[in-house]
Ligand binder design. Structure first.
Ligand code: FBP
Length: 560
């Protein structure tokens, strides 16, 4: 018998809450259809690409006294992309709904992400299997992967595997890219009369898969609370020892939602927001000046310590870096099979090859960087051909440049302090935490609801649970057509249909909340200490949602 920790044992017993409509039972639902929908932009192009799945209505579920008969169905599920707390509960909710609808239904899990459906690698779930993973973090129940499911050949192979297992619906749990692929697969299955439905579920700690219909992606709640706990602990340490500046990079890829939320929960001295850097066209030098100014002012007050939060994707938003990285991405794509580059034995040789190919302005920017960062910028690209920002140590770059700047100021007699910095990167620490009660409930509801969408024969929809700042019983269950969230964007030099990524809005209530306080937080220590995520105890402690969700929902409700 596998040994479990006391918290594991208690969490396995937790019964996630469902919206009242779903709690009545999967076979007692009524489908309510809204009006026909349009994509967020580029309507004509998206419509032409999704002839069979475009324009469907947003749907919601009400409980009904009539009982919906359910035929026997086999369903397959895929976990796609980066881990996010609560993924296991999406599968548990899906499994429970499917068995409740008809005990003869079967749920298959494809192994290792989207490649599982292409290669026919799968497991069949049963009660014992699912019960061991309820309310736990991680994606280890079936594993995840970043294979892009997008080619005709991959779709054909997926069809063959589904036919073999008599699968009539596939649930893809993923972020914007995975759900874009879910939309393509749904369209392809309809076009080819495959009789297989595709439903997506909104996952990513990054919080950038949201729009008017999707209030938040799952995992954001737990991950941000975990980072906030760690930042709070470091703030306490800094405030005790009073000798270090802590530079903390926070995961979240391009968007700064995670950094912003973590900052609102902890109130650090400095918070950089990538979207603001881009909007204000702040150069690396002006960022260094902004941070140095706060460090100098605090030193004048006798405070040689502080906390700076840096979003993971910052480097790509600094105008001169953005241009250099775009140039570098093209060069790296061209050099992929270049024997001189691939076989270069020293990093110096690689630098030379790249520098010679960069445009002169970009070469200047590249050369101005420390060797550590220059090397990291040459690391393997992600499946979209982009730099893997989690591998670029921006926090160390900033420390190095600020140290140089402070030395200059010291020699001019303009700085009297002592700068000693520690760097941190919080990312993987938060992606597999035990889901908070919010994520446990939200994910279970998303999975349960995904089966409701399947049961009503829908395809090309994203499972949606709304009204999330209210108690779970008041949540609204339904579905949003994936095509509604799409627009055309350039990928690998070609315009492609993709789900629009939500970046931090500088005119939105969340950024405004930071903007109002940050000057005060910079010099006067207003640190908050959120502590660890709580699973048992008063609901004001255990069931509260993020500041982001609360502020955005309050604004939305005020405008109704
Ligand atoms: P998803 O968008 O797939 O949810 O992944 C998000 C993320 O956690 C980013 O925040 C981070 O930049 C990236 O994954 C790291 O990827 P990897 O796990 O491949 O290192």
């Amino acid at each position: 018998m596998k040994k479990l920790s006391p918290l594991q044992i208690e969490r396995l017993k937790y019964q996630p809450k469902l919206p009242a409509s779903l709690a009545k039972g999967i076979n007692s639902l009524e489908l309510v259809e809204g009006d026909a929908t349009q994509s967020v932009r580029d309507q004509e192009q998206i419509k032409a690409l999704f002839k069979n799945t475009y324009g469907k209505p947003v749907v919601t579920f009400n409980s009904s006294s009539a009982s919906t008969p359910s035929s026997v169905r086999n369903v397959g599920v895929i976990l796609s992309g980066g881990q996010a707390p609560g993924g296991h509960n999406v599968i548990a909710g899906l499994y429970d709904a499917l068995k409740q609808a008809n005990p003869a239904n079967k749920l298959y899990g494809f192994l290792g992400g989207p490649s599982g459906i292409i290669d026919g690698k799968y497991v069949e779930f049963n009660d014992e299997f699912i019960d061991a993973y309820r309310n736990t973090g991680g994606f280890d129940i079936i594993g995840s992967g970043r294979t892009k499911l997008e080619t005709e050949e991959q779709f054909q192979k997926s069809l063959e595997v589904c036919k073999k297992l008599n699968i009539s619906a596939v649930v893809i749990i993923g972020g914007d890219d995975s759900n874009t692929n879910a939309a393509l697969l749904a369209e392809w299955f309809v076009k080819n009369n495959a009789g297989i439905q595709v439903i997506g579920c909104p996952k990513t700690i990054d919080g950038d898969l949201k729009n008017e219909q999707i209030e938040i992606s799952f995992g954001f709640d737990t991950a941000t609370k975990t980072y906030a706990e760690l930042i709070g602990n470091i703030q306490r340490d800094a405030n005790s020892a009073k000798k270090y500046w802590h530079f903390i990079k926070i995961m979240g890829r391009s968007a700064s939602h995670v950094a912003l939320e973590a900052a609102l929960q902890t109130q650090p001295n400095i918070t950089l927001i990538s979207e603001e850097v881009e909007e204000k066209k702040m150069s690396l030098e002006s960022i260094i000046n902004y941070m140095t100014d706060i460090i100098v002012k605090r030193a004048d007050m006798g405070k040689n310590f502080g906390i700076a939060i840096i979003p993971e994707g910052l480097i790509e938003f600094i105008p001169e870096m953005k241009s250099m990285i775009a140039n570098l991405n093209d060069i790296m794509a061209a050099l992929e099979n270049d024997p001189d580059f691939v076989n270069a034995t020293t990093i110096r040789e690689k630098f030379d090859i790249v520098e010679n190919r960069l445009d002169p302005e970009n070469a200047k920017v590249y050369n101005s960087l420390p060797a550590l960062i220059k090397g990291q910028l040459l690391a393997d690209r992600d499946p979209h051909g982009n730099v893997q920002v989690s591998k670029i140590e921006t926090e160390k770059l900033l420390i190095e440049m600020i140290t140089t700047r402070l030395d200059e100021l010291k020699s001019q007699g303009e700085y009297i302090g002592k700068f000693s910095a520690q760097s941190h990167f919080f990312g993987y620490e938060g992606r597999c935490a035990f889901p908070s009660n919010f994520d446990a409930d939200y994910c279970y509801s998303l999975g349960f609801n995904a089966f409701a969408l399947i049961n009503f024969g829908l395809t090309g929809y994203l499972s949606s649970i709304r009204n999330l700042t209210k108690p779970a019983t008041e949540w609204v269950a339904g579905g949003v057509p994936l095509t509604m969230m799409m627009n055309m964007e350039k990928r690998h030099g070609e315009f492609k249909p993709v789900i629009q990524k939500a970046l931090v809005r500088l005119d939105g209530p969340v950024f405004k909340a930071l903007e109002e306080c940050r000057e005060d937080w910079a010099l006067n220590d207003r640190y908050l200490f959120p502590g660890a995520v709580q699973y048992f105890g008063p609901c004001e402690v255990c069931d509260i949602t993020t500041c982001t969700l609360q502020l955005e929902r309050a604004k939305e409700l005020a405008s109704v």
